[in-house]
Design a protein around this ligand. Structure first.
Ligand SMILES: NC(=O)c1ccc[n+]([C@@H]2O[C@H](COP(=O)([O-])OP(=O)(O)OC[C@H]3O[C@@H](n4cnc5c(N)ncnc54)[C@H](O)[C@@H]3O)[C@@H](O)[C@H]2O)c1
Length: 360
């Protein structure tokens, strides 16, 4: 097992990579959590892994209640946050009671949000079961729910007390979900670590075959990079924005497609477009977008908007990007690579270049 520490003063916590679900209860001892716990999950994950976690928590002496949220992004909303509050109040949960999120990013975000807001904040633990949740959403403390008018529009920063990852759960994850997570993994290589980018290229077969050592490497390095960034800039005052590489266009594509496109697919296309934009802006030579595109394609991820049901125009995308919560006064910031392993965040980009890229 490997441990990555997210260094945030008195809110620091450990990510334990390679533990097992059966040890969940034991791993939470010593964190000062109250005896009452709510396991929050969805029917898909509960059927596969719920009982193992419940048994382990009970064996460690916790009183466990489980709350089921239907499976799907459309249930990451205030109505279901409210359903969690109601269940907690009905069962006399207090400020020491903890929530345990067992599932992908949807369950993690919703549980984290409920934990951030119930009685002005109760502790919570992440037990991520998708690759995306392991390498991205369970780490860093961004929690939230969707509003009918926009994704992740209601939220709070609330760090978990611990993140526990049993990598064997990835065996049951549908392949497309795994690949969606790989888009975020590739992102870490581009923004921070050329050697890791290389590793992903060289070890593709092992990674795609879910070789345990390769998976552990991939998840550990991704978590180290995310933890390093979040430790320096918890609330996205500066550096943390580099984690949005590929997400500026990615989010706009998701909105234009009414969220029928997978997040990882949208980010994959967004990363290629941002790399090409960087080249057009004069920040890097053609080898950078070339390598980014090749690696993304080699993992079976899309690299251009032709996979979409309808190719949105650059104007439409810019309109959507300007409405994003990350835009400042209508100015859209792009994360652009200077080379593999180094990016800058800039508002200095030319709309015509994006137009050219979208019409190619
Ligand atoms: N908070 C953050 O920093 C952050 C970062 C990135 C993404 N997100 C959020 O994460 C969400 C997406 O997360 P996701 O990609 O994990 O999707 P998800 O939570 O919807 O999970 C994908 C699917 O896989 C199923 N599943 C989960 N684990 C499984 C397993 N081990 N075996 C079989 N099936 C399993 C789920 O039931 C679901 O059907 C979005 O809501 C996004 O906004 C948050």
């Amino acid at each position: 097992m490997h441990t990555v520490n997210v260094e945030l003063g008195d809110r620091s916590y450990n990510i334990e990579i390679g533990t097992s679900l059966e040890k969940t209860g034991g791993r939470l001892m010593g964190l000062g959590l109250g005896r009452k716990m709510a396991l929050i999950t969805n029917p898909t994950v509960k059927k596969l892994y719920g009982q193992r976690v419940i048994d382990s928590l009970k064996a460690a002496g916790y009183l466990v209640m489980s709350i089921e949220i239907p499976d799907g992004e459309q249930f990451k909303n205030l109505d279901w946050a409210n359903a969690i509050y109601t269940a907690l109040l009905t069962n006399f949960f207090d400020r020491t009671s903890a929530l345990v999120a067992l599932g992908g990013g949807v369950i993690g975000d919703l549980t984290g949000f409920a934990a951030a807001t119930f009685m002005r904040g109760v502790p919570f633990v992440q037990v991520p079961t998708t690759l995306l949740a392991m390498v991205d959403s369970s780490v860093g403390g961004k929690t939230g729910v969707n509003h009918p008018m926009g994704k992740n529009m209601i939220g709070a920063f609330h760090q978990p007390k611990k993140v526990l990852m049993d990598l064997s759960v990835l065996a049951s994850l549908p392949k497309e979900e795994f690949l969606s997570g790989m888009a975020e993994v590739i992102k870490y290589g581009v923004i921070r670590d050329a050697e890791f980018f290389e590793y992903l290229d060289t070890n593709r077969e092992k990674i795609l075959a879910l070789d345990p050592d390769a998976l552990e490497q991939v998840i550990q390095r991704s978590c180290e990079i995310k933890a390093g960034v979040v430790s320096r800039d918890e609330r996205e005052g500066g550096l943390r924005a580099i984690l949005n590489y590929g997400h500026t266009v990615g989010h706009a594509l998701e909105t234009a497609e009414n969220y029928t496109i997978r997040h990882g697919h949208a980010v994959a296309i967004g990363m290629v477009i941002a790399a090409r934009l960087a080249q057009k802006t004069g920040l890097c030579d053609a080898s950078v977008p070339g390598r980014v595109e090749m690696l993304i394609r080699s993992y079976g991820l899309p690299t251009d908007p032709t996979v979409l049901s309808r190719k949105p125009s650059a104007r439409e995308l810019i309109g959507i990007m300007q409405g994003d919560k990350k835009a400042e006064g209508g100015k859209v910031k792009f994360v652009l690579p200077k080379k593999i392993g180094e990016v800058i965040v800039t508002k200095e980009w030319d709309e015509r270049h994006l137009q050219e890229l979208m019409t190619q």
